[in-house]
Write a protein that binds this ligand. Structure first.
Ligand code: HEC
Ligand code: HEC
Ligand code: HEC
Ligand code: HEC
Length: 173
């Protein structure tokens, strides 16, 4: 047999390996069916996996059930775009604590509490030299506005922001 055939055998072997590997690796329910997707191919059982995925953040409609006045205040303020959970979900045990057990009765998975430190506000309001000032659409004012940023080393250092700013109304105390 001519030596020229040998590479052909190698190629055939590689192709067989690829097809065998594909049978093993690709899940059996990977199909182009059942879905309103642009590219139909997907693992059909993944739809159920995502339905079963526990939702952690529930948005302010959830808080509104009991905090309707507070929610209305925030919706009408400069913080209209900011979810309660962006400020009230706490990982620090000292800052956790919600008077009602939301886990038991509502299957709520996050810890709610209050952080009164400058660090909370600095997370979003610090002027950063390397970051262009974002334009934010403020829904209740129907206008695009520059994000209001401060340099925390110059803007009243040493005093908690909430001493002067009412955070829910975004007005002065
Ligand atoms: C089942 C009703 C209920 C739900 C839902 C609920 N809360 Fe409350 N929450 C209360 C009650 C009652 C209090 C105590 C009275 C008060 O401060 O209004 C409270 C108090 C608080 C406090 C003050 C805690 C303190 O230490 O003084 C915060 C902050 C708070 N809730 C945030 C939230 C956020 C954020 C959500 C949504 C993720 C939420 N709550 C959902 C009923 C609820
Ligand atoms: C931008 C951050 C931020 C957002 C958004 C926010 N909060 Fe607060 N919240 C705070 C801070 C900070 C305090 C403590 C204020 C203080 O002690 O003066 C607080 C205090 C509270 C309190 C207890 C004290 C009080 O004034 O009654 C409740 C209840 C509360 N928030 C509920 C909510 C709910 C409900 C939402 C969403 C509709 C919300 N907050 C949105 C930062 C926020
Ligand atoms: C999760 C991000 C986030 C956090 C945390 C946050 N803010 Fe804001 N804040 C925003 C956004 C977004 C706006 C709307 C854009 C703007 O006006 O800068 C805003 C607006 C404001 C405004 C301007 C309101 C207006 O009417 O134009 C003030 C003042 C303010 N925040 C103060 C605070 C203070 C004080 C804290 C801490 C207690 C805080 N913010 C925490 C995101 C945040
Ligand atoms: C001693 C009171 C005081 C403290 C503490 C304070 N501020 Fe202010 N803040 C003001 C005053 C007064 C203004 C308006 C004049 C100015 O721009 O300096 C203002 C303006 C702002 C603005 C711009 C609001 C707008 O509508 O243009 C933001 C954002 C802000 N502060 C965030 C913060 C944050 C974040 C902290 C904490 C890190 C903080 N402030 C601490 C008094 C305070």
């Amino acid at each position: 047999m001519s030596h020229a055939w040998r590479p052909l055998f190698v190629i055939i072997a590689v192709v067989i390996i690829i097809f065998t590997a594909r049978i093993i690796i690709v899940p059996s329910d990977f199909e182009a069916t059942n879905g309103d997707y642009k590219y139909q191919w997907h693992r059909v059982s993944s739809e159920q996996d995502w339905k079963d995925f526990p939702v952690k953040h529930k948005g302010r409609e959830f808080c509104e059930q009991c905090h309707d006045e507070m929610t209305a205040t925030v919706k009408g303020s400069g913080h209209t775009n900011v979810q309660c959970e962006s400020c009230h979900v706490q990982f620090n045990p000292d800052k956790k604590g919600h008077p009602i057990d939301l886990k038991e009765d509502f299957d709520y998975l996050l810890e709610i509490g209050i952080d009164r430190s400058r660090a909370l506000c600095k997370r979003c309001h610090t002027k950063l030299v390397y970051r262009p000032i974002p334009k934010i659409y403020i829904k209740n004012r129907e206008s695009y506005e520059d994000m209001k940023l401060v340099d925390p080393t110059e803007h009243n250092p040493g005093i908690e922001c909430i001493e002067c700013h009412d955070v829910h109304r975004t007005e002065f105390k």
